[in-house]
Design a protein around this ligand. Structure first.
Ligand SMILES: [Zn+2]
Ligand SMILES: [Zn+2]
Length: 122
């Protein structure tokens, strides 16, 4: 019997942003796990822990799982644009986003949103 080994296909499907609604349920769960992990790490950081390596590792791993091209040292965020006609749910690299102030919280706004309807906060 002869086995023909298929070579792994290296498609360049790397993308810099994905839609949350377009994820599989498994990927959505993965995203929520990342959000929880990020929150926990941020709390630890506020308490003085050095968590940057853990944070970047968690985000790099999630980016692979979600199929997003994430630059080294960057983190993933979901656009939390308000007043968005499309109810934007893009998950993208933080460096691609703008930020606006919602009360006293910094919220990310993805590149296309910032271009179309940039928010500057209250
Ligand atoms: Zn928007
Ligand atoms: Zn957006």
């Amino acid at each position: 019997m002869t086995l023909t080994l298929e070579r792994p296909v290296h498609t360049s499907t790397a993308t810099t942003a994905i839609s949350y609604r377009g994820l599989t349920p498994q990927q959505q769960n993965g995203w929520h796990s990342l959000e929880t992990a990020t929150y926990d790490l941020e709390q630890a950081a506020k308490a003085g822990a050095n968590v940057i390596a853990e944070l970047l590792l968690a985000h790099a791993t999630a980016a692979l799982f979600l199929g997003v091209d994430l630059p080294a040292g960057d983190t993933l965020v979901e656009c939390s644009c308000e007043g968005c006609p499309e109810d934007c749910d893009r998950i993208t690299a933080f460096s691609e986003c703008a930020e606006y102030l919602d009360g006293d919280t910094q919220r990310p706004q993805c590149g296309p949103c910032a271009k179309d309807h940039r928010r500057y906060g209250d």
